[in-house]
Design a protein around this ligand. Structure first.
Ligand code: SF4
Ligand code: SF4
Length: 297
């Protein structure tokens, strides 16, 4: 069985990547599972998706714990979500990182037992399509036609232009991975001992009147304190900030950073959801992530 995990940020198309790869496997005669894994609406926050594909019926369920291939669509994620991205990687696993650092740098930095590959790209809009094209080439069990058919079907609803752009990106990724074509191998059947029991969390039940939300009107997002679900808080070091005035505020997916007339950025913690894109993007590293627990409001 092939077990493939995609990691990216909300909005980068990881669900699309898993659907394209899953469809390509399906049309090649495999039984397939593909599913995204994310929480509440958090554009820019870490999300993942997975694909299982086998010639035999698939009985395995849930998140992939022992991947054959892990694709990371955004190298900045490795600074904030390395634990979940690297989970279960062993000597036979392939880790593909989309970004500009060399594979050797990541191999040393992460000290992972498997092989690390990189895919340079400047195309964030359809990075999910590029990830799917690269994964299809690395898997080796899928032909070029299966990949292009799956992309055409998945993006058809977005129009011919989107399909053409997606095919171009996927083709570039497919070609870039040619030296490593077929390097992903199917792992042996997993023994029961590698299936760790779930870590159950007991949640107290609220009474129905407290647990059932009532929505009385639309357009309430300004009044909604979305910052409540943040676990890490971005904190600006104003000594280090060089008042570039636009990078952090432009990249914030929730417009939670405003810039004063003198170029000083300010974070609206009522609506900052803690995706930490600003931390990854700030050129002089003037924004750091601080655990929310224990921070004085
Ligand atoms: S301020 Fe930073 S951490 Fe908060 S939502 Fe914006 S980009 Fe994400
Ligand atoms: S990106 Fe960094 S340097 Fe630029 S305004 Fe924001 S905090 Fe300051």
């Amino acid at each position: 069985m092939f077990r493939i995990r995609f990691h990216g940020r909300g909005g980068q198309g990881m669900k699309t990547a898993s659907r394209i790869l899953g469809s390509a496997f399906f049309h090649a005669g495999y039984e397939v599972q593909d599913a995204p894994h994310y929480g509440a609406e958090r554009r820019g926050a870490p999300v993942s998706a997975y694909v299982r594909a086998d010639r035999r019926p698939i009985d395995e369920r849930g998140i992939i714990r022992c991947p054959d291939l892990v694709v990371v669509a955004d190298e900045s994620l490795l600074a904030i979500a390395a634990r979940s991205i690297l989970a279960g990687i062993d000597r036979h696993s392939i880790l593909l990182i989309v970004g500009h650092e060399a594979a050797m740098v990541w191999q040393e930095r992460l000290n992972v037992p498997g092989t690390v590959l990189t895919l340079p790209t400047d195309a964030p809009r359809f990075s999910g399509v590029a990830c799917a094209g690269a994964a299809a080439r690395l898997v080796g069990a899928l032909g070029h036609d299966a990949m292009t058919e799956a992309i055409g079907a998945e993006l058809a609803g977005f129009g011919d232009k989107a399909v053409a752009e997606g095919l171009t990106l996927a083709e570039a990724a497919w070609q870039a991975m040619a030296p490593h074509a077929g390097c992903v191998s199917e792992a042996d059947e997993l023994p029961a001992s590698r299936h760790a029991p779930p870590e159950w969390i007991d949640l107290p039940a609220d009474p129905v009147d407290a647990a059932t939300p009532a929505i009385h009107a639309g357009a309430t997002s300004a009044a909604l304190n979305t910052g409540l679900w943040r676990t890490l808080r971005p904190v600006i070091d104003h000594e280090r900030c060089n008042r570039c005035w636009w990078i952090c505020s432009e990249f914030c997916p929730d417009s939670a950073i405003t810039v004063a007339a003198d170029g000083t950025p300010q974070i609206d913690y009522e609506h900052c959801k803690g995706c930490l894109i600003c931390v990854a993007q700030c050129p002089p590293h003037a924004i750091r992530a601080v655990p929310e627990q224990g921070v004085t409001p």
